[in-house]
Design a protein around this ligand. Structure first.
Ligand code: GDG
Length: 472
């Protein structure tokens, strides 16, 4: 009986060192929930970094034992590895390049060397957990080399790979000095999944132009095996958000916020602090709304939750300053004693508070410059129990391919964005409801569990077809 191994940079549990010793915090992220049904079963296991630097071997073995009881196997990384492989190559080379921000990309040989070494370290950790015929599902841009490393060691294994961020045009990929190695690394998989057909097409084109390997209907023949490439748009745990919005706790928060805000209309935005998320563009558009439509002054507020992220990488610190300054300027110009244009929070919120915000926002404003999928858009939809609210969504988020009932905008077009904010605020209830119900039906059906099942089924099918062809 084969077992299934999930591999990602981070484990679905974060281990922290406190004054009272080590603590274990399960993640509530979408991926952890979606894959929970897989890695918790039988001998299956999730391999990844537990999020802290260990002091000594006894700490290492304690953490390993604790995680083992929950079907997890840690890969311990050093501070140097995190600096060069994670903050360096993953977040300062791959992340900006794959999101079309080449001006932020660095090309540092030591970072590449660390990336190779850490991918090899992950490979060893997976091999320690797996047999020759096991199923291995590798996640995301930190581990692009892992599928090929695993293929060499386990030629018969079933290997899947899913990329959570965009795959850009070949013109971006070719800028990378290590483009050949990266593409070959991914091709070690039997099945490669992307959020959209657009990303998939970019990948097929890069493989054809860089490696001279053509595809037929998304199938690539490599010297060792056939690789299937397909789109699997990731979903959310719909019921979790709908239930959270309906909970007494969330409703108490809603009442409390309502009392503080009076009958001010609410525009909500939520994201990690990241230059890909279009946060300054959104603030400029909100400013333009207040300039062009003075009747909204005193009537509408932007609630903007920005979750701190990657503050060790230089661009993130300067983005934070830009956002602070823009918020300060808008508030200084328009604020009155009884009304604030922007309520800006630089921290994360517990789910019941987040759910209350989702449930009461008249407009969900999601304006990334590039975003693999964007799950916040789907969470907003799932939380609208009254079927009201308008989603404004960037055409450059993967989610825009599915959520065509949102107001789809170009986030760099400040004027059009300000116009769509006005349009959203005056949209009649029946139109809001029609659009919201359409989106809810889709998000509810193609949830994260359906996504997991689809990928795993396709992976099994791809392997079975290969084996049938090999024995024919
Ligand atoms: C990457 C890709 C792709 C945010 N603030 C709070 C909070 N969150 C949660 C949201 C959501 C998650 O964080 C963010 O997910 P996104 O999909 O929006 O964005 P990334 O973090 O950039 O994720 C992205 C995703 O991978 C999956 O493939 O969609 O394109 O970039 O779930 O709810 N959660 C809580 N409090 C907060 O303040 N509790």
């Amino acid at each position: 009986m084969s077992k299934t191994i999930i591999v990602s940079n981070r484990l679905p549990t974060k281990v922290q060192r406190t004054d009272d010793g080590l603590t274990f915090h399960p993640s509530e992220g979408g991926l952890a929930t979606g894959l929970g049904s897989i890695y918790r079963q039988g001998d299956n296991v999730w391999v990844g970094w537990p999020g802290l630097f260990v002091h000594d071997e006894s700490e290492e073995s304690f953490i390993t034992q604790e995680l083992h009881t929950d079907n997890m196997a840690p890969v311990f990384l050093t501070e140097d590895e995190i600096r060069d492989y994670y903050e360096g190559f993953s977040n300062s080379t791959l992340w900006p390049t794959f999101h079309y921000f080449t001006e932020f990309s660095t090309y540092v040989d030591e970072h590449w060397a660390a990336y190779v070494a850490v991918n090899e370290k992950f490979c060893k950790a997976v091999l320690a957990q797996s047999g020759p015929d096991d199923i291995i599902w590798v996640h995301d841009y930190q581990l692009l080399l892992l599928p090929e490393l695993l293929r060499r060691a386990r030629p018969r294994a079933t290997i899947g790979f899913f990329l959570h961020i965009p795959f850009p045009s070949y013109e971006l990929i070719r800028v990378l000095p290590w483009r050949t190695e990266l593409l070959r690394g991914m091709l070690g998989a039997d099945l490669i999944g992307f959020h959209t057909f657009g990303y998939m097409r970019h990948f097929l084109s890069a493989v054809s132009q860089q490696l001279g390997l053509p595809n037929q209907n998304g199938q690539i023949e490599t010297p060792s095996h056939t690789v299937r490439v397909d789109a699997f748009p990731m979903g959310i745990d719909y019921e979790r958000y709908a239930t959270a919005a309906a909970s007494e706790e969330a409703q108490a928060h809603t009442a409390e916020y309502r009392q503080a805000l009076g009958d001010t209309r609410i525009i909500l935005s939520i994201d990690r602090l990241d230059y890909t998320k279009g946060i300054p563009q959104r603030l400029r558009a909100f400013n333009e709304l207040l300039e062009r439509y003075p009747e909204w002054r005193g009537q509408v507020s932007l609630i903007m939750v920005v979750v701190p992220s990657r503050d060790q990488v230089a661009q993130y610190a300067s983005l934070k300053e830009e956002v602070d300054e823009l918020v300060g300027r808008i508030n200084a110009q328009y604020r009155t004693i009884s009304w604030s244009p922007v309520h800006y929070f630089y921290r994360s919120f517990p789910l019941p508070e987040l759910a209350a915000l989702y449930a009461m926002a008249d407009v969900g404003l999601i304006t990334p410059l590039r975003d693999g999928m964007n799950l916040v858009a789907k969470e907003y939809v799932a939380s609208r129990l009254d079927h009201r609210g308008v989603l404004i969504l960037s055409e450059r988020a993967g989610a825009a391919r599915e959520l065509s009932d949102a107001l789809i905008i170009n986030p760099t077009d400040t004027r059009a964005l300000a116009e769509s904010l006005h349009e959203a605020l005056v949209m009649p209830d029946d139109e809001q409801e029609r659009r919201m119900r359409n989106m809810q039906a889709l998000v509810q059906r193609y949830n994260v569990f359906a996504w997991t099942k689809l990928f795993m089924n396709q992976l099994a099918y791809t392997k079975m077809k290969q084996e049938t062809l090999a024995t024919a």
